[in-house]
Design a protein around this ligand. Structure first.
Ligand SMILES: Cc1cc2nc3c(=O)[nH]c(=O)nc-3n(C[C@H](O)[C@H](O)[C@H](O)COP(=O)(O)OP(=O)(O)OC[C@H]3O[C@@H](n4cnc5c(N)ncnc54)[C@H](O)[C@@H]3O)c2cc1C
Length: 548
């Protein structure tokens, strides 16, 4: 079946039915050409990162070919925690609400030692944000909604059962060999983006490496579908050394469809094949949920984790994004979340270069920006994994001392690390930032993602992030100067005129006074701000942000 003919209900189905969607194989006219067809952008991999990138590019009017060796959605739930920033990006891509409607929203986490709750934390302790800190949603649902959106956009050509078997990088692009059920063909890509996952065949085919640490521990990940209601609220619960799984850690999360994700730390000596057997999983789950609990095993897997990254994400016209570029342990939910941020960072830059609005130097800035973000994620993820799985007696003593002190002392809670959860990186050192010349308080420094705030527009509720333009936005508190209208490709948003900051939260979060101006990039990162800018200052910041 042509994927565009898949009935919309298929994407609204639950669990097994969604996972059963078969996108099939459709022969492309490229396969009948004597010479390789030329395409401006080819993306390898229809995972969450490749799909988000393709949608962003297609919404910007680009034509994108997506090649995937598979014909189905992700197997098993895999990523379940999607962060506020990912939802905000997906809002721009037209799927945020869909994810939130199906997902389980949560802000609260609790940390236990044995049976005792040590403390709880709120990841979004203030009102006035459209999206929650996190939703839990099985990766196959997230991918299904992204595929459905991609199929609505004429610019995207997803080719399932198209396995890339060779990549030859060239100065002006890359030549790909692709294997399909009815033979091989070649494609000439002006730009190639490898979103082909942690094992990244593209990386291997180009002889490139991802380096880092592999953690000597094993985790059992079990998704169980409960019959009846569980006593656990919609929160993230993390246990150190619980009585039902002594000397190890356990993490519990609620997913849609009354499915619960339980991660059991097993230790390095565990036999993965044995641990995967239902007769060994079920007693572990029963011990946590109680003897009375009735459940079915939905999906299970045994994992070891690695924290790795490529030295460079940009290799001429071949660019790496998502797991192909960097891999983190799941403590903190950074894999898919950071990959979607890679996609957003790259999409506008590629678009601008292909439109001739910027030189390839703009695409090159994707490298240092996202390598910096990957380092931050890897650092957080490594720290969390080291804390959760201490590898020496000294580290274990330190951890246990921190846990005991955390009962009473706030300083120790900051040391306890059950997986600090994903937040977007502030790109402090980005070459696209214009350093502040005026004094500002708060977190909205150049390089930060703009914080959301509730607004009204013509009397109707709206949100600051939703009102930003597709390219740059000049956010002006009060009336914009006359010259602002002549800035090319810039949306001017006047707070107090076009939209009303009725709770004054936008002004508070941006430390804005009357006439304060923020320049916001297409990926919603702040790149410059002033108390009262001149036209020359804004034009210069715009040129800098486009790597001109
Ligand atoms: C158990 C588990 C729990 C996790 N939990 C979280 C979480 O809560 N939050 C979070 O953010 N992340 C989490 N992650 C990580 C998350 O799943 C990954 O980071 C995410 O899937 C990466 O997306 P991607 O698009 O880069 O790669 P992938 O999802 O791996 O997609 C790669 C795609 O490339 C295709 N491909 C591969 N080779 C070829 C080829 N030669 N030709 C064509 N196509 C090819 C594959 O078929 C696949 O579709 C978790 C991972 C696991 C395993």
């Amino acid at each position: 079946m042509n994927p565009r003919d898949i009935p919309p209900e298929a994407f609204h189905a639950s669990g097994a039915e969604v996972q059963a969607i078969d996108f099939g194989y459709v022969r492309s006219p490229d396969q009948d050409r004597a010479m390789p067809a030329q395409h401006p952008i080819v993306v390898i991999g229809a995972g969450p990162v490749g799909l988000s990138l393709a949608i962003d590019l297609a919404q910007r009017g680009q034509r994108v070919v997506v090649l995937d060796n598979d014909h189905k959605l992700s197997i098993g739930s895999r990523a379940i925690c999607f962060a506020k920033r990912t939802l905000e990006i997906w809002d721009r891509l037209g799927v945020g609400q869909r994810m939130v409607d199906k997902g389980v929203s949560w802000n609260l986490g609790k940390v236990f030692l044995k049976e005792e709750q040590l403390y709880e934390f709120n990841l979004l302790p203030e009102e006035g944000h459209e999206r929650p800190a996190f939703i839990n949603l099985q990766q196959y649902y997230a991918e299904a909604y992204l595929v459905e959106r991609a199929l609505q956009l004429p610019g995207i050509d997803i080719r399932w059962h198209n396995k890339v078997t060779a990549v030859a990088a060239r100065d002006n692009g890359a030549l790909l060999s692709v294997e399909t059920p009815d033979g091989a063909y070649q494609i000439d890509a002006q730009w190639l983006v490898a979103c082909d996952g942690s094992r990244s065949p593209t990386r291997q085919m180009l002889g490139l490496e991802s380096k880092g640490r592999i953690f000597q521990d094993r985790f059992l990940i079990a998704d169980v579908k409960l019959q009846g209601d569980a006593d656990f609220p919609t929160e993230r619960w993390f246990w150190f050394d619980p009585p039902f799984h002594p000397h190890q850690s356990v993490l519990l999360h609620r997913q849609p469809d009354n499915v619960w994700r339980i991660d059991f730390q097993l230790g390095w000596d565990a036999d993965p094949e044995e641990e995967k057997k239902p007769e060994n999983i079920i007693p572990r789950v029963q011990a946590l949920l109680g003897a009375e609990a009735q459940f079915e095993l939905d999906w299970a897997s045994v994992y070891t984790f690695a924290c790795l990254r490529m030295d460079q994400f940009v290799h001429g016209r071949v660019i790496f994004a998502g797991d192909s570029a960097h891999g983190v342990s799941p403590f903190g939910a950074r894999g898919a979340n950071s990959g979607v941020q890679d996609a957003e960072n790259l999409a506008w830059k590629l678009d601008w270069v292909l439109q001739g609005r910027a030189s390839p130097a703009l695409v090159a800035t994707y490298g240092p920006e996202r390598e910096y973000a990957a380092d931050e994620n890897l650092c957080n993820s490594t720290r969390a994994t080291d804390f959760i799985t201490p590898k020496s007696e000294v580290s274990r003593l330190f951890r246990d001392a921190a846990l005991h002190l955390a009962r009473e002392h706030a300083f120790a809670r900051r040391i306890v690390n059950s997986g600090r959860l994903s937040v977007p990186a502030t790109l402090h050192a980005s070459p696209l930032n214009t350093p502040d010349t005026d004094a500002f308080a708060g977190t909205q420094v150049p390089g930060a993602v703009l914080l959301d705030a509730p607004l009204t527009k013509q009397g109707q509720p709206t949100w600051l992030l939703r009102e930003l333009g597709p390219d740059f936005t000049l956010l002006v508190f009060g009336p914009a100067p006359a010259w602002a209208r002549d800035l090319p490709g810039v949306t001017v948003l006047q707070i107090g005129i076009d939209v009303i900051d009725h709770q004054a939260l936008a002004a508070q979060r941006l430390d804005a006074l009357p006439r304060t101006v923020y320049l916001v990039r297409p990926d919603q990162h702040v790149c410059a701000r002033w108390r009262t800018p001149t036209e020359a200052a804004v034009r210069s910041a715009l040129a800098r942000a486009a790597a001109a």
